[in-house]
Design a protein around this ligand. Structure first.
Ligand code: S5P
Length: 230
């Protein structure tokens, strides 16, 4: 689930409420207004307590050496994230930079490469996705790809390029909305899973709901039923 909330206590509450129904909590640590490493420990502990992976959606996009240092810095992503996202626009070495950062603190984690996006008019073409999958194939650190959850056609295409050896996770899904703000597009989680998604990434559909645990349960059961149909 995408925990796009601006402060630590709200994040801890959310993890506590929905932790039983999700596999991973996706964060944007740079949107947290009261961030300090001490405070952030509360989020890490809440996730650990519930056996939920922490997934920082950093969308790295720089040269390998810089990505390596960006895994440290104020947020010290390398010390707590189990998964991070990265663009592939700068070539394959960005992934090695990320992996080197984890190695430097004697941790290991997985990278999800953005092969597609859910936002309208994005520039990630089919040939870009294909090259991205080739980078992923060549790297043991790449555990899978982000695909466009709003389009079954695009998910199917990515799944056929990726085969069954890597994950396909899809943001841009909602049980209620067809369109989000500022160009976000949504598809149905059931359609996304049937088209080949292994995990739906839900933000507003859960954290924007009046009953967040109930919403998380609903998305979990919608994707599970779809998986049984696949
Ligand atoms: O193409 C993308 C890739 C990502 S990782 N489109 C996305 O929306 N995301 C992320 O998924 C985005 O950063 C946000 O955290 C989440 C979708 O949130 P929602 O509120 O629209 O469900």
């Amino acid at each position: 689930m995408a925990a796009d909330l601006p402060n630590v206590n709200e994040l801890v509450e959310l993890v506590t409420e929905v932790g039983d129904y999700v596999a991973a909590i996706k964060t944007h640590v740079d949107m947290v207004e009261d961030f300090s490493m001490d405070e952030w420990t509360k989020v890490i502990d809440a996730a650990k307590e519930r056996g939920v992976l922490l997934f920082e959606d950093r969308k790295f996009a720089d040269i390998g050496r810089v990505a390596q240092t960006q895994m440290g810095g104020l947020y010290d992503i390398r010390s707590w994230a189990d998964i991070v996202t990265s663009h592939s626009v700068s070539g394959p070495d960005v992934v090695d930079g990320i992996a080197a950062a984890w190695e430097g603190v004697e941790r290991i984690g997985g990278v999800l490469l953005l092969a597609q996006m859910s936002s309208r008019e994005n520039l990630l073409s089919q040939s870009y996705a294909k090259r991205t999958v080739e980078f992923g194939e060549a790297s043991p650190h790449v555990i899978g790809y982000i695909a466009n959850g709003s389009s079954s056609v695009e998910i199917e295409s990515l799944r056929s390029m990726a085969g069954s050896g890597k994950l396909v996770w899809t943001p841009g899904v909602s049980l209620t909305a067809a369109e989000g703000v500022l160009g976000q597009r949504y598809g149905n989680p059931n359609d996304a899973v049937r088209a080949g998604s292994d995990g739906v990434i839900v933000g507003t559909g859960i954290h924007g709901s009046g009953d967040r645990a109930g919403a998380a349960r609903e998305y979990a059961s919608a994707s599970w039923e779809a998986l049984l149909e696949r």
